[in-house]
Design a protein around this ligand. Structure first.
Ligand SMILES: Nc1ncnc2c1ncn2[C@@H]1O[C@H](COP(=O)(O)OP(=O)(O)OP(=O)(O)O)[C@@H](O)[C@H]1O
Ligand SMILES: Cc1ncc(COP(=O)(O)O)c(N)n1
Length: 259
């Protein structure tokens, strides 16, 4: 039944709503076997991140080498990569894998805690965008990657063009950070295909991990054999349903219900 394998390279969220935990739940819901390579451990709940501890260089590299030595991984995604050194190590390995790579450039939590050091943004641009089959920034991340301030739909489209110019094969910018743009995302690829994608707006505050869930679902559908654009459309529907099933467990935004 589980004939396909997806890999998430990212951080552990002790609160279970985002990061590796959200990705593995997403893979499971899609009936894809999920593997993980943990880059760092965070202590977080629904309101704050109180501690971030990167794993040792060899621990990260060994997780990747050990997985690829035995498993035929079908697609992978990256999430929280924290600093330049982790980005360097991840990119050096990703360069050797001939599978679909979804880069989710996680930089800050919804509650404002930093998940990427400022000095690491250039490494993202230089090392990860050129090998990305798809990069999935939100407005804030697209702003930092493209160097363009984003205030409108036109700014989103211009920012996407810049990101393609940096070498990504395709980009999906999540519009949710702008007024009245929740659920509206912009897709652009190297061949010039451009589409605004919409899903139904779900009226919930429990959105912790929605970005992680989206990139994991795209990765999962790619692993199952769908093409990139179909994978994105299916993933958006999956996020919509999971937001509809979201629930509150602390005093801040709760997690999605991936069931
Ligand atoms: N309330 C909502 N209703 C419907 N779709 C939504 C809603 N909020 C987010 N989405 C969709 O969920 C996906 C993730 O978008 P979001 O803006 O939450 O990303 P993000 O900022 O990276 O998330 P996070 O950092 O919280 O994980 C996008 O496809 C977006 O359109
Ligand atoms: C380990 C990890 N990875 C990613 C996120 C982003 O998710 P959000 O912005 O919803 O908090 C997070 N909070 N923690």
């Amino acid at each position: 039944m589980y004939s396909k394998i997806a890999l998430s390279i990212g951080g552990s969220d002790s609160g279970g709503g985002a990061g590796i935990q959200a990705d593995l739940r997403t893979f499971m819901a899609l009936k894809v076997h999920g593997c993980s390579a943990i880059t760092c451990i965070t202590a977080q709940n629904s309101i704050e991140v109180t501690c971030v501890q990167p794993v040792e260089k060899n621990t990260l590299l060994n997780q990747l080498d050990t997985l690829f030595a035995d498993f035929g991984i079908d697609a992978l995604k990256t999430g929280m990569l924290l600093n330049e050194s982790i980005i360097n190590d991840t990119a050096s390995k990703l360069n050797t894998y001939k599978i679909t790579k979804i880069i989710d450039p996680v930089m800050v939590t919804r509650t404002g805690s930093k998940l990427l050091e400022d000095s690491a943004i250039n490494a993202y641009k230089k090392l990860l965008l050129p090998i990305a089959d798809l990069v999935t920034p939100n407005i804030y991340e697209a702003n930092l990657l493209s160097g363009l301030e984003i205030r409108s739909k036109e700014d989103i489209e211009n920012s996407a063009r810049k990101i393609i110019g940096l070498g990504a094969k395709a980009v999906l910018i999540k519009g949710g950070g702008l007024k009245d743009m929740k659920g509206k995302d912009f897709f652009l690829d190297l061949n010039g295909r451009k589409e605004w994608l919409f899903n139904n707006f779900i009226n919930t505050k429990n959105t912790h991990g929605s970005g992680c869930t989206l990139s994991a679902a795209i990765c999962g559908y790619k692993a199952l054999g769908f093409d990139l654009f179909d994978s994105i459309q299916k993933a958006k529907l999956f996020v919509e349903k999971s937001l509809d099933n979201s629930y509150k467990i602390g005093s801040g935004p709760g997690p999605l219900g991936h069931h």
